[in-house]
Ligand binder design. Structure first.
Ligand SMILES: O=C(O)c1cc(C(=O)O)c2c(n1)C(=O)C(=O)c1cc(C(=O)O)[nH]c1-2
Length: 572
């Protein structure tokens, strides 16, 4: 049977399947299921586990999809598996042929696929988008999203919006030009394209559809916009109520901000795109003239904010720069911004009137002023580190507790600038860094945040960074994993840890839950990797004993065996 627009529109309320990244296009990651709850979660046991096999382990960040009795899950190195949800038996495996010379910045990961009609669609590390027949795993169409030799790659899960498959792109560390694109999901044909850097042309149905930025004053000097980055490298969310697609955009290229005076629109921003045309309806830049790789790619989650007895159509974003933003999602106006990490060095606050950060001046110096022979600019000690108060791993919103559950991290860095010129296919940073610890006892912190005040209601601290996605349920639970290998459940109201299971490798996947024949299942990927082991600096010593892996775990409640009849009689 085909996956329909209704299936997608109803995904947040449907309990027997999961057809979108985010458990609904709004990405709230909330399930109405209650069988596994505060009282029963202690009885959660593995139903089965599935190995992705091969020597290709590395980070497993994907969110599984559930449809028609099957689990569809992507794995490292651009692989996609179809698995029987009841037995854990493989049905088919697709392994994309990757050329030598792919350039993903931050591990060979993938975050998930999209289902539409009889297709399953996912993006690959060489920046291609492939659609497979869901029954056979055979390829139906393939599109090139960007030139991998120029540093384009793809790691996110696509989003389906009204028969279209919508994608961003990765490559911000190589001076690519970010873009969000929508294609006919059945054929792959391009419908619209919207570059995320000011000055570049957008397209609709093959025709020019306005220069990105339109009448706004130019916020780049010289030719810097031509290699300006701003990669929307994480998935978007779609809000049917406003017909807007929300994408976060990444860092401006290069990191060395002295090379590119100006705000550098639309980098490190949240963009609201008209779903039908790709036109930017509003934007909100979280880190103007980003000089720390704070990026701004984090998911923007639409939700109803209750304030003074009124319901406001709002959206929330826990930005890599350390602030938790609440915006009016109809117009991008700032409603509130509060720190969600203990130390933020770059800005004192976000001015509620102007919506702009009040900077402290904590920017690394210009290499042009360097006195030494090494041409390094004056370094600064900055917090958060460039890996962010929160990175790619999605938070969740529970409409019952009215809290957001944010996988946050506490760390800092020494950061300096260096001279840099653009060269196709070469890293385009012009910066050096060492990530540093802030607290001896923890880096990661799962935090429950009240969006009406920005106050942190509870937190769970973890030694290693939190690098997995979050799921919350009407059973009053919050699920997430740790690099130490543990998959955990917390009380959504109090943060009390209620259950934990060792999966054998770091859990940086995104959990999901569904029900079949009256039984609730929970699934998550296990497999340590991602950016931390590659770029973690001093954090490396905290994680050096964590082993790689590659498996999907499925859990359900243990049913006590029926008591033998003899025993029952004896008891009487
Ligand atoms: O600018 C980009 O294009 C881009 C892409 C990606 C990616 O595709 O995973 C990451 C980042 N930047 C990045 O800055 C980052 O910290 C990061 C962490 C991870 C990860 O999977 O652990 N990916 C990425």
């Amino acid at each position: 049977k085909p996956v329909t627009d209704e299936d997608i529109a109803n995904d947040a309320k449907t309990t027997d399947q999961i057809v979108t990244y985010g458990l609904g296009t709004q990405g709230q990651r909330f399930s109405p299921l209650t069988q596994v709850n505060k009282d029963t979660v202690a009885d959660l046991v593995p139903a089965w586990s599935f190995s992705f096999g091969g020597e290709k382990q590395r980070g497993q960040q994907a969110q599984p999809l559930i449809f028609d009795g099957k689990i569809y899950v992507t794995a490292s190195y651009s692989r996609l598996f179809a698995i029987d949800a009841a037995t854990g038996q493989e049905i088919w495996e697709y392994e994309h042929r990757l050329p030598d010379g792919i350039m993903p910045c931050c591990d060979v990961i993938n975050r998930g696929a999209a289902l539409y009609d009889n297709l399953i669609i996912f993006g690959t590390l060489n920046a291609e988008l492939v659609a497979l027949d869901r029954e056979t795993g055979k390829r139906v169409w393939k599109e090139v999203l960007g030139d991998y030799k120029a540093g384009y790659s793809f790691t996110a899960a696509p989003t389906i919006v009204k028969n279209m498959v919508v994608t961003g792109i990765s490559g911000g560390e190589f001076g690519v030009v970010g873009k969000v694109e929508a294609r006919d999901a059945k054929t792959g044909k391009l419908v619209w394209s919207r570059p995320t850097v000011q000055g570049h042309m957008g397209y609709l149905n093959g025709k020019e559809n306005g220069i990105t930025g339109g009448d706004l004053p130019m916020t780049w000097e010289g030719d810097m916009w031509k290699t300006g980055g701003g990669a929307p490298w994480l998935g978007g969310t779609y809000d049917p109520e406003t017909n807007l697609i929300f994408y976060g955009t990444g860092n401006p290229s290069p990191w060395n901000a002295h090379t590119r005076p100006g705000d550098n629109l639309f980098t490190s921003s949240t963009l609201a795109l008209d779903a039908d045309t790709g036109v930017i309806k509003w934007f909100y830049q979280t880190t103007p003239h980003d000089g720390w790789d704070y990026d701004g790619v984090n998911e923007f989650i639409p939700f109803d904010l209750e304030k003074d007895g009124k319901i406001i159509k709002a959206g929330a974003k826990a930005d890599r720069n350390g602030f938790f933003y609440i915006l009016d999602r109809t117009n991008g106006k700032l409603l509130n911004a509060t720190p969600f990490v203990t130390q933020i060095g770059w800005a004192k606050e976000i001015n509620i009137e102007t919506g702009k950060p009040v900077e402290t001046g904590n920017r690394p110096g210009n290499p042009a002023d360097a006195k030494g022979d090494d041409k390094k600019g004056t370094p600064v000690f900055a917090a958060p580190s460039f890996l962010g108060g929160k990175n790619w791993m999605p938070m969740a919103y529970n409409p019952n507790t009215k809290l957001f559950y944010v996988p946050a991290n506490e760390w800092s860095m020494d950061l300096w600038n260096e001279p840099i010129t653009y060269k196709k296919g070469a890293a385009y940073l012009g910066a050096g860094f060492t990530v540093k610890l802030l607290h001896e006892d923890y880096i990661g912190a799962l935090r429950a945040i009240d969006p009406t005040t920005g106050k942190i209601k509870w937190e769970y601290k973890n030694v290693a960074p939190m690098w997995g996605g979050v799921l919350t349920t009407a059973g009053g639970l919050v699920f997430t994993g740790t690099p130490e290998g543990l998959f955990k459940a917390f009380d959504a109201e109090t943060g009390k840890e209620l259950w934990s299971f060792q999966t054998g490798s770091g859990v940086i996947g995104i959990p999901v839950t569904w029900e079949t024949n009256g039984e609730q299942f929970i699934a998550v990927n296990s497999g340590w990797g991602g950016a931390v082991p590659l770029w973690g600096g001093e954090v490396a010593k905290k994680i050096k004993n964590f082993n790689q892996g590659g498996s999907l775990w499925v859990f359900k409640l243990h049913k006590p065996a029926a008591k033998p009849a003899a025993e029952k009689t004896a008891a009487k």
